[in-house]
Design a protein around this ligand. Structure first.
Ligand code: ZN
Length: 340
C-alpha cells in the first residue's frame, strides 16, 4: 500500500479539526438551549481545545433541570459521533480520504462524550453526579461540596497519570494530561465557591449587605485631608459627603487617585464627589442575588447602589462591590459556625 501523501494527511487533520470544533459548538449549544428553556440566562459560550464551556449566569433551580441541562451535551456528542461512524461504515462510494475523516471525527466525538461524562464537577458528568446527590440530600451546597471534592480528586488523578505518561508514552501527552488535570482541579474548587456564594446570596437580603452611613466627610475637606483622616485610617473605598448634616454625594478613592499628588491640596471633596442623583437607587427589600445582578449591570462608574427604605424613601445605606465581597465573607463564616 502506498504511503499517504503529506497533503492528504494535512487535509484530514484540518477537516477533522473543523468538524470537531463544530461539534463542540453543537454540544455547548445544546446545554445553552436547554438551560434557556429552564429560564436560566446564558452569557456566552467559550470554546477551548479540549471542549467548550457554556457560561450560565446562575445555578439550575432544581436537581431535575441540572440533570437534563448536563446530559444533553454528552448525548449530542454521542449522536454526532455515531452519525459520523455510520457514514464511515455505510457501503457508499466516497473518496477514501473523506471516509478516514469520518472515522477520525466519529471517534473524537465519542471520546468527547465519554470525557465529559467523567464525574469531575464542574464538567457534565460531575454536574449529573451533583444533581443526583442534590436530589437525595435535598441540599445543594452539601451536594456541590462532595461533587467538587471528587472533581479535585480526579484532577489530581489526571496529573499523576500525566507525570507517569511523560516517562512512558511521551512528553507531550503527559503534559497535556497534567494541564487537563490542573484545569479540572481549579475549576472544581472555583465552582464550589461560586455555588456557595450563590446559596448565601439567595438567603440574605440587601440589609445584610449594605454599609450604614455612620461617618461622612464634610464637603469642604481638602482631598489631602480626606485621604489622611478618612481613607487611609478606615481603609474604605468610598465615603458619603456631608453638607449641613445631610448626605449630598459620594467620594470614591479611585476618583482621588486620578488627581496628581501635587494638586490634591487645591481641591476639596465637593469638587470631586458624585452627586446622589448620579446613582441608581434600590429598595431595601431586594435579595442578595438581585443586588449582585444590579451591581453587575452597572457598566460605568459610579459602581455603587444607594439603598432607600421602600416606603419612606429614606436613604439607609450603600452597596458597592467591596460591601458585597466582605458580607459574603462574613455570612460564609456565620454559616460555617452554624454547621460546626
Ligand atoms: Zn458539556
Amino acid at each position: 500500500m502506498p504511503e499517504a501523501p503529506l497533503i492528504d494527511l494535512i487535509f484530514v487533520g484540518l477537516i477533522n479539526g473543523l468538524i470537531l470544533l463544530f461539534s463542540i459548538l453543537i454540544h455547548e449549544l445544546s446545554h445553552s438551549l436547554v438551560a434557556q428553556k429552564y429560564g436560566l440566562k446564558v452569557k456566552e459560550i467559550e470554546l477551548y481545545l479540549f471542549g467548550g464551556v457554556s457560561k450560565i449566569e446562575e445555578e439550575p433551580r432544581t436537581p431535575k433541570s441540572e440533570m437534563i441541562i448536563s446530559i444533553v451535551g454528552p448525548l449530542s456528542s454521542l449522536v454526532i459521533g455515531l452519525g459520523l461512524l455510520a457514514l464511515f461504515f455505510l457501503p457508499i462510494n466516497i473518496p477514501s480520504i473523506m471516509s478516514v475523516t469520518f472515522l477520525y471525527s466519529g471517534i473524537s466525538n465519542i471520546g468527547l462524550s465519554i470525557f465529559n461524562l467523567f464525574p469531575a464537577f464542574p464538567i457534565d458528568g460531575g454536574r449529573i453526579l451533583r444533581a443526583f446527590l442534590w436530589k437525595r440530600r435535598n441540599d445543594l451546597l452539601s451536594a456541590t461540596k462532595t461533587a467538587s471534592k471528587i472533581g479535585t480528586f480526579i484532577g489530581y488523578g489526571f496529573m499523576i497519570y500525566g507525570v507517569f505518561q511523560m516517562f512512558t508514552a511521551g512528553l507531550l501527552s503527559g503534559i497535556w494530561l497534567i494541564l487537563m488535570g490542573s484545569f479540572l482541579n481549579s475549576s472544581a474548587k472555583q465552582s464550589y465557591v461560586q455555588t456557595k456564594n450563590d446559596v448565601i446570596l439567595s438567603n440574605i437580603g440587601v440589609k445584610d449587605i449594605l454599609s450604614v452611613p455612620y461617618m461622612g466627610i464634610p464637603i469642604n475637606t481638602s482631598l489631602n485631608a480626606a485621604l489622611s483622616k478618612f481613607f487611609i485610617p478606615y481603609k474604605k473605598s468610598y465615603f458619603p459627603v456631608i453638607q449641613n448634616d445631610e448626605i449630598v454625594g459620594i467620594i470614591h478613592f479611585q476618583e482621588i487617585r486620578k488627581i496628581p499628588l501635587w494638586q490634591r491640596s487645591e481641591y476639596n471633596v465637593g469638587y470631586l464627589m458624585r452627586k446622589l442623583s448620579e446613582f441608581q437607587f434600590i429598595n431595601d427589600d431586594l435579595s442578595g442575588k438581585e443586588v449582585l445582578k444590579k451591581l453587575n449591570n452597572l457598566k460605568k462608574d459610579p459602581l455603587l447602589l444607594i439603598v432607600e427604605e421602600k416606603d419612606s424613601k429614606e436613604l439607609i445605606g450603600f452597596v458597592g462591590r467591596s460591601d458585597l465581597l466582605s458580607s459574603l465573607e462574613f455570612w460564609s463564616l456565620q454559616k460555617n459556625n452554624k454547621q460546626n
